[in-house]
Design a protein around this ligand. Structure first.
Ligand SMILES: [Fe+2]
Length: 431
């Protein structure tokens, strides 16, 4: 592809990704966009501003001659965690940013969009193009976070607002989702994988984050993965069997967390008069509708305890990657529009389903650098590398991950007690 075509194609992606962020906010009020309902979350308005800030700070300021900042205070105000770039406000205060107002934030985005267009028209140098690509991937991450955060915001609102209508489509009585009812009775088949020396990490020319490199060899013993994710119905059996009350099922830190936080069900599950319901982006649903859908919003500790109760274990991130390599990204991702994990389609027995999409899958692997890992140079080295302590790797993307964003080598990471993500469970075993 010629240099000019690369810039044109990137320009089109910039427009599409930036537009989609706004589209995800179309059904939100200005007040919705101010809510920060848990320590992990940020207000939607902050996501809008911070994704513009990324291009403003790391692309336009450095690479567009004559660029004028929209507002010099925004460089520190919308900085998330880049210590070597500027100071930044405490994360928990983001819901206090009533100023700048939403209109001004939208104008900030327009200012950045217009400048990005100008830079690409003039012909940007290779490093600027790499940063724009990184900025797009950053914005896709925040699209997912925006939805994750709105789900939490609406769950904590006593009115339980619905982000997207159409939940009835997902009931087992509907034809719109074949397989929703069918999977409930189906057994949990395992798919076997040969062991041996495998190469892991990103390969090829497309974009990847620094934490997906270098590609390196890993030895795998033969293993088997469950053909689908653990369902809500199966998780309910764990609960009914005293899963949350039996210390022997839990890691020590997990058991401490269960006790201190009073956990007795996944996040967003509510019990009323003995029956459970689950809050989703499509509103509150009776648990029986979702019996065959994957359980979501569980922590690593819950995933690990469930696996122990079931007599199995979680996969390592390398087992998972070996199983997912080469798969198409046509699963239940943001692009499907479903906005919630759905039952696995009734397909053949020989392939593992739901690897890409539905729920992020907790793995048994701690988030560490691969052998020879090098963070990006300069401030952007703070993007991933400095979090390589005390977190677990999740793989595969979720129903709110943009399809263009996920791949087999993609490594997400969160502390083990995290539940506000669309995070679920896949079992593994050694024969
Ligand atoms: Fe960010």
């Amino acid at each position: 592809m010629s240099a000019g075509n690369v810039q044109v194609e990137l320009g089109e992606r910039v427009k599409a990704v930036r537009r989609r962020t706004l589209e995800l906010c179309a059904g939100l009020t200005a007040e919705d966009m101010m809510v920060q309902s848990c320590p992990e979350a940020s207000p939607a308005k902050w996501h809008l501003a911070h994704t513009a800030w990324f291009f403003d700070s790391f692309v336009l300021r450095e690479f567009l001659p004559g660029y004028r900042a929209f507002n010099a205070d925004f460089y520190w105000l919308f900085n998330s965690y880049y210590e070597s770039f500027a100071r930044f406000p405490e994360k928990r205060l983001r819901s206090s940013f009533s100023r700048p107002g939403l209109e001004e934030v939208v104008r900030y985005r327009e200012h950045v969009d217009e400048a990005l267009g100008r830079l690409l028209e003039q012909g940007a140098e290779p490093e600027a193009l790499r940063r724009i690509e990184l900025g797009l991937n950053h914005e896709e991450q925040h699209q997912e976070l925006l939805l994750t955060d709105i789900l939490n915001a609406f769950f904590t609102n006593p009115l339980r607002p619905v982000y997207c209508e159409g939940g009835a489509l997902y009931s087992p009585l509907s034809d719109a989702r074949p397989g929703v009812a069918g999977m409930a009775s189906k057994g949990r088949d395992f798919v076997e994988f040969a062991g041996g020396m495998r190469e892991m990490g990103h390969r090829g020319e497309g974009f990847c984050f620094d934490n997906e490199l270098p590609r390196h060899r890993v030895w795998l013993e033969p293993f088997a993965l469950a053909g689908r994710l653990v369902t809500c119905g199966e998780f309910a059996e764990f609960m009914a069997d005293g899963g949350y009350r039996r210390a022997e099922l839990w890691l020590s830190a997990g058991w401490d967390t269960v006790k201190s936080r009073g956990w007795r069900a996944p996040l967003y599950w509510t019990e009323t008069d003995g029956s459970w319901s689950v809050f989703t982006l499509r509103g509150e649903m009776p648990m029986r509708w979702l019996a065959a859908a994957p359980v979501s919003h569980v922590s690593f500790y819950e995933a690990d305890a469930y696996a122990r109760w079931a007599g199995h274990r979680l996969a390592t991130e390398f087992e998972w990657e070996a199983a997912a390599e080469g798969l198409k990204t046509d699963g239940n991702l943001l692009d499907s529009g479903r906005l919630m994990p759905c039952a696995a389609p009734d397909a053949g027995e020989c392939a593992a389903q739901q690897l890409l999409g539905d729920c992020w899958e907790w793995t048994a692997s701690a988030y560490l650098g691969y052998p020879g890992f090098k963070a990006l140079p300069g401030t952007l080295g703070e993007y991933n590398g400095k979090f390589m302590s005390g977190q677990m790797v999740l793989r595969g993307g979720s129903c709110v991950t943009p399809a263009a964003h996920i791949r087999a080598s993609y490594r997400n990471f969160f502390p083990p007690e995290t539940r506000w993500q669309f995070s679920g469970i896949r079992l593994a075993r050694q024969d």
